[in-house]
Design a protein around this ligand. Structure first.
Ligand SMILES: Cc1cc2nc3c(=O)[nH]c(=O)nc-3n(C[C@H](O)[C@H](O)[C@H](O)COP(=O)(O)OP(=O)(O)OC[C@H]3O[C@@H](n4cnc5c(N)ncnc54)[C@H](O)[C@@H]3O)c2cc1C
Length: 355
């Protein structure tokens, strides 16, 4: 059986980001890499969006960048702008194509369908897959998005709507998210923060149809693309050791209060490659203990008081836009943290801290 210096299990966002980072930093000139990926083909399956708080390798895969954002609740509409940190969306198909064409020219990189095809005894393994047990106590961000195209120009493509809470919450947290790629094309998502047990929240097609018709006032459109997913808002129980490093969602790269993962994966990949010969140092990495702590409290409040979340998000976005963006992108300083925390309802957060 073949042996490799490095094995990446799962050639998705984290696996391919790491492979690309290894390749562009010449770490695969005299080392071999096997990527284990079982999908039959790479095609557009996701749209990764985030605030660009640092430069990344995939500017050429960006569909669009925006400087204006809004949030709506029954209490009103709040608009924010930031020229320092644009919000970007990446087309996963372009991302997969770019990376696969770069790494396929290196004879030291090979793809396999199953780890059993290799002898992995002496390899350093980067794992991006993990299985979840169904559990009522676990929170997920689950959603479906459709990219729609209209015959007339109806969207304002200068501004995205991050959260529109003007919809049925059904005792959970529910909002719509609209990314207008141009004046007649937008990705519209229905998003829930809840456990995954309640099937009545999952009639996503109907939710989208009603929202587009009744809230956006759009009568006719065609659907170009559908994406569906569930992001765990809890950390996996996987542990790193001196042979295996977990990456991506499996490596705890999801920010639990937001579901944002893409840019954290990029930062993690860079860190791994910079320290590729020091496994101990690689295993010291974390996204920021402060955010682990704050998100844990935030999610306790969310579970106990879902009805308060539209207001809590609305208040959070009233802080200066750069502060809130940095906070949500794990880049805030202590003064920005205090600004955000001071807008939260004190009593329920203090209670959550002690429960
Ligand atoms: C639809 C969707 C939209 C998202 N949008 C955003 C966003 O806008 N912004 C953001 O920051 N985050 C977003 N996320 C969250 C996160 O960025 C993505 O889930 C991201 O893809 C996580 O990367 P990953 O490498 O951990 O997992 P994946 O990208 O899912 O990669 C895992 C890979 O492992 C492969 N695999 C699975 N099982 C096996 C097996 N047994 N053998 C071999 N291969 C296997 C899969 O085919 C896949 O390619 C989104 C998630 C989803 C699902």
């Amino acid at each position: 059986m073949k042996e490799f210096d490095y094995i990446i299990i799962g050639g998705g966002c984290a696996g391919l980001s790491l492979a690309y980072e290894l390749e562009i930093n010449d770490k695969l000139k005299d080392k071999t890499l096997a990527i284990i990926e079982n999908r039959p083909e790479y095609k557009r399956d996701k749209t990764w969006s985030f605030w660009k708080v640092f430069d990344h390798n995939f500017e050429d895969c960006v569909i669009k960048s925006w400087n204006n954002f809004s949030i709506n609740t029954s209490e009103g509409f709040h608009k924010l702008s930031s020229s320092s940190f644009p919000y970007q969306s990446i087309n996963s198909e372009k991302f997969y194509k770019k990376i696969n064409s770069k790494i396929s020219s290196n004879p030291n990189v090979s793809f396999f369908k199953n780890l059993k095809e290799l002898n992995s005894k002496n390899s350093l393994i980067f794992n991006s897959i993990f299985e979840y047990k169904k559990d009522k106590s676990k929170l997920w961000q689950h959603f479906q998005g459709i990219e729609i195209e209209t015959s007339k120009n109806i969207f304002d493509d200068e501004i995205i709507n991050l959260m529109d809470f003007n919809c049925d919450q059904k005792n959970d947290v529910h909002f719509f998210y609209t990314l207008p790629f141009n004046k007649n094309k937008a990705l519209i998502e229905t998003t829930w923060l809840s456990n995954l047990e309640d099937q009545s929240l999952m009639d996503y097609d109907l939710q989208l149809e009603n929202y587009i018709k009744n809230n956006l006032g759009i009568k006719s459109y065609k659907i170009n693309f559908i994406e569906k997913g569930a992001i765990p808002l809890f950390y996996p129980s996987l542990k790193n050791d001196d042979k295996t490093v977990n990456i991506g969602s499996a490596g705890g790269m999801t920010r639990l209060s937001t579901g944002y993962t893409f840019l954290n994966i990029q930062e993690h990949s860079k860190y791994i490659v910079e320290n590729i010969d020091q496994i101990k140092k690689i295993n010291e990495y974390n996204m920021g203990k402060k955010y682990h702590f704050l998100d844990k409290i935030f999610l306790k409040v969310l579970k106990k008081h879902p009805e308060k979340m539209p207001r809590i998000f609305f208040e959070m976005f009233k802080v200066s836009s750069n502060s809130v963006i940095k906070f949500l992108s794990n880049k805030s300083n202590i003064f920005e943290d205090i600004k955000i925390i001071s807008r939260m309802p004190k009593l329920i957060f203090i209670k959550a801290l002690f429960n």
